[in-house]
Design a protein around this ligand. Structure first.
Ligand code: 5AD
Ligand code: SF4
Length: 437
């Protein structure tokens, strides 16, 4: 059988999509981890920031060398860049034999066949329905303990800076029946943790034969499948993080106490321009509700610095909301203008790059302090950890995560990957907790 090598960039959704792609092609190709022996290389791409795209252009230069060595090698580009740049990519990147957008993966066998006849081929049609519902992903890179399950696709929010609604199309949910079926299979294979994935999981919605399923209800259904299965989810939009969901997280021990709640900015002026449809105060009201109902819950976030017109005062509002919430962790970015978005049409990208860098450094330094303070509060506490593997530093140490999604390192003793172990934290760094079992 021919050999397939897949390389994935970007978000967890993309990693989940690559598993769907591997499944669609499993009759034609076996997967390889060695790029040298590949007959087909697929690059699953991300467009979220310019830097992500530049990295992929650079990677395509490198792939040209592989193609010179092996004339029969085919290279295909998948994902958000395929959608954003469409056929133009085939002209500017001659190394590519075909491109396929995020909703076009079922047509990959056809695209591959067409391109073998010397044509370049593409399919970047977006769909209102495609959820790859009946495809059981091939978990080719998983640790056997923890898996991603995609529950919805696309995004209807149109935040003014974001390219995702254009690259991934409209929001659509997958049927609860196939989601539960996929998780049932994972349980049979001894998986212990699932992360339910979507661009905006809170707006998950399914209606069939008069039965309505909200995201909170779906979470409860998954949590009830087995008390030994941990359930996580990503990502939530603050505007529709419902009380019902917070109550559901509180009700089930096996729903992890960690909520990723991207704030983007602490300034009302910026939030309005970003079209986030919440205010600083209404965001903080959600945070208060989480802290009241889930006292041990970690809250993590995404932050963009240097959006159009961001003043020093606006920037200080971001620093102050970070302190007020006390995030456990944050993904922090400089604003990167994306063609086609509302912001690119209406608002100038007017904060100089050096100033964006300076603000980003301030945000990163503050988050370092907040993460360290949060970790110090954990010293002396006991947590249940799901073991994921050997620690990078030493084979005598294992690592796993607690419910709050913090990485904890502890002595191996007789514990196995996939076990739940109670450990007591003895020391910490800003990124890791060290413990005894
Ligand atoms: N520039 C910088 N960061 C962005 N994000 C989304 N679009 C942009 C952009 N144009 C960030 C947001 C989002 C995360 C996935 O990426 O913080 O939550
Ligand atoms: Fe990147 Fe967004 Fe596409 Fe994910 S959905 S791959 S983060 S552009």
């Amino acid at each position: 059988m021919k050999k397939l090598f897949i390389e994935t960039y970007g978000c967890q959704m993309n990693f989940a999509d690559s598993e769907v792609v591997a499944s669609i092609l499993k009759e034609m190709y076996s997967l390889t981890k060695d790029i040298q022996e590949a007959d087909l290389i697929l690059i699953n791409t991300c467009s979220i920031r310019d830097k992500a795209e530049q990295r992929i252009h650079k990677r395509l230069r490198e792939l040209e060398a592989y193609k010179r060595k092996k004339r029969t090698l085919q290279v295909g580009l998948l994902g958000c860049m395929a959608e954003r740049m469409k056929e133009e990519l085939l002209q500017t990147e001659p190394v590519l034999d075909f491109i396929a957008g995020p909703d076009a993966y079922r047509s990959l066998p056809q695209l591959i066949a067409d391109s073998q006849h010397g044509h370049t081929s593409f399919n970047v049609l977006l769909s209102k329905e495609e959820t790859y519902d009946n495809i059981m992903p091939v978990r080719y890179d998983a640790n056997g303990v923890s898996a991603f399950v995609s529950i919805m696709r696309g995004c209807n929010n149109f935040c003014s800076y974001c390219v995702v609604p254009y690259t991934r199309g409209r929001e659509r949910s997958r049927s609860p029946k196939t989601i539960l079926g996929e998780i049932e299979d994972l349980l049979k294979d001894n998986y212990k943790e699932v992360t339910l994935l979507g661009q905006n999981v809170n707006s998950y919605y399914w209606k069939e034969e008069g039965q309505e399923v909200s995201f909170a209800k779906l979470m409860a259904m998954v949590a009830e499948m087995s008390p030994d299965l941990r359930v996580r989810f990503a990502t939530s939009h603050p505007k529709d993080l419902s009380d019902e969901l917070i109550e559901t997280i509180a009700r089930y021990d096996n729903i992890c106490k960690c909520i990723h709640l991207p704030v983007q900015s602490g300034s009302d002026e910026m939030l309005q321009k970003m079209r986030r449809v919440y205010t600083r105060e209404s965001y903080l009201e959600r945070v208060r509700k989480i802290k009241e109902m889930l006292p041990n819950c970690a809250i993590t976030t995404d932050i963009i610095v240097g959006f159009s017109g961001e003043t020093i005062d606006n920037h200080h509002d971001t620093l102050s909301i970070m302190r007020e919430v006390g995030y456990e962790y944050a993904y922090m970015f400089k604003y990167s203008e994306r063609g086609g978005t509302l912001a690119s049409k209406q608002y100038p990208d007017d904060i100089p790059d050096e100033e964006k860098t300076r603000r980003l450094e301030e945000v990163i330094a503050l988050q370092g302090e907040l993460s360290m303070a949060s970790n110090l509060r954990d010293v002396g506490k006991t947590f249940r950890v799901l073991v994921e593997g050997a620690s990078k530093r030493s084979d005598d140490q294992l690592f796993g995560r607690n419910s709050q999604n913090k990485v904890i390192i502890f002595p191996r003793e007789n514990h196995q990957i996939g076990d739940y172990v109670d450990v007591t934290v003895t020391e910490c760094t800003p990124a890791t907790l060290l413990a005894n079992s």
